[in-house]
Design a protein around this ligand. Sequence first.
Ligand code: SF4
Length: 359
Amino acid sequence: MAPLSESLIEWYLLNKRDLPWRNTNNPYFIWLSETILQQTRVSQGLAYYYRFTERFPQIEDLANADIDEVLEIWQGLGYYSRGRNLHFTAKFVVDELHGIFPQNFNDLLKLKGVGQYTAAAISSFAYHEDKGVVDGNVIRVISRLYQIGDDIRSPKTRQVIEKIVEDILPSGNSYLFNQAIMELGALVCLPRNPHCARCPMREYCGSFLNNSQSRFPFKSSSKPRKVRFLNYLLLEKDHRFYFSKRISKDIWEGLYEPWLAESEICHPNPDFILEQAKNKHVIGSGGYQLIKWTPPRKHILSHQELWVSVCHIQIDEFGADLPGKWVPIEGLASLPKPIIFSKILNDNANPELPLILNF
Ligand code: SF4
């Protein structure tokens, strides 16, 4: 083994964190962990990993579950397409592949929601295939080690980094090398102020030797986020709340939300949403009682900046026939819904609004 790989693996074996997905070769558990950990910190992902593996200990359990239950467990992690893809792929593996997970990189890539990174991770960690696993941590470490100053948003730069990883992978021990370099990026070679003094790569690291760590990796600025204004009407009647499922190919697909009117501009009071609801006959002729107005609150997604307001009213009569469902108060907690509603409604909780406490 080359000295660089040897030093890295030695360091890893002494310093690695004890994480549950590292103590298994089960591709189902590794797939779950890799899917959960995309765009998610380990400290946050850990609780979700335990929830999923406890509720769905076998892939068959996940395949047979209702999608609403899967999304409810996923709630709070964001990027809900990952949760939907998990469910879809579990069903596919059980129904079409007799419950047997694909066993190599190329076959893993055919699964929905499994891209290059996840396929490489499963094939390396579960089957010890000699495949480089390149995530954000690895990109940072390699770009500093080799002083790669090209934009890491560019696919070309990514290919250069992947090629370097393939070249330095120690055959037969590549799964350990992959774990080690990812762990180094997570614990030592941090985005800001890397701990070079205790890094096993110091003597091989170009940016350390040139004191240029802060120049690598280079990432061009991203496109500005799209700004949207989501005005919600939380309708309550006889202790039931109106929610409908988002079905369009948009954010939060498959999750439930109150009645919505999106607008081009921000509305700082409830007049707009109430006007919209009246025009569309959502409120019956018996009128309404305003319970609570939550002004627009910012919620950031990767490519969108949302301003979400919630106007909570009680009505005596149904208005127009609405396509969603009226959920009793006991059903609200388990309803899969965007986390912003839990946040807004929990923040609103006060002794005058005991119903809200149950969200
Ligand atoms: Fe990162 Fe510093 Fe180690 Fe180089 S020496 S890999 S910059 S932590």
